[in-house]
Design a protein around this ligand. Sequence first.
Ligand code: 5GP
Length: 205
Amino acid sequence: MSRGTLYIVTAPSGCGKGTLLNGADKRHGLVYSVSATTRQPREGEIDGVHYYFKSREEFEEMIKADDFLEYAEYCGNLYGTPRSAVEKLISEGKNVLFEVEVEGAMKLIKKLPEAVTIFILPPSVKELKRRLLKRGTEPVEKVDQRVKRAKSEIPYAKYFDFVIVNDDLDDALKDFDACIIAAKRARKYHCKDIDNKILEVLEDE
Ligand code: 5GP
């Protein structure tokens, strides 16, 4: 079975990643990799849909059992990509989208070198802070923590295939969709498939 396209999407908190990704599964035939986290669920978040919500003990047990493809600590909480669920999706040839912070993204890029990588930048740190405060899902001290983290994440944009600046949401959405489509078309033949494709092209004289 041919492999699907894998997408790694990273954005500092408050870049509008949620809004950009919302509905991308249906528009592009993608499945989201559901991460595990020790963070408390936000209002409306469902266990097993948005995240697998775990206690720190449970998460640490999973680390010991080598259950994660990658994991990272982010602003006091642990976040990780469950290995077996992802391996199953990949083996089924699904197009899988991973939404992770930068440290996890850099680890995933090494493990999944064929993945298409997208980094979403805010127009400025000032605007990022304004959006986080407006969103109001985190107390002010946590917002400061997330802004500090964002400042350390932003320079990593240079390691990604595509960089989208989310200034105007409609434009960013168009850019995001264009990246997904272009990547799917141009990188249709991934590592394992490329040999077959080359043979197919060469043999058809
Ligand atoms: P939030 O608490 O806002 O849902 O997520 C905080 C950060 O954790 C976001 O940047 C998000 O992309 C990242 N994140 C979510 N799941 C994972 C994961 O499985 N691994 C890593 N490394 N980061 C994750």
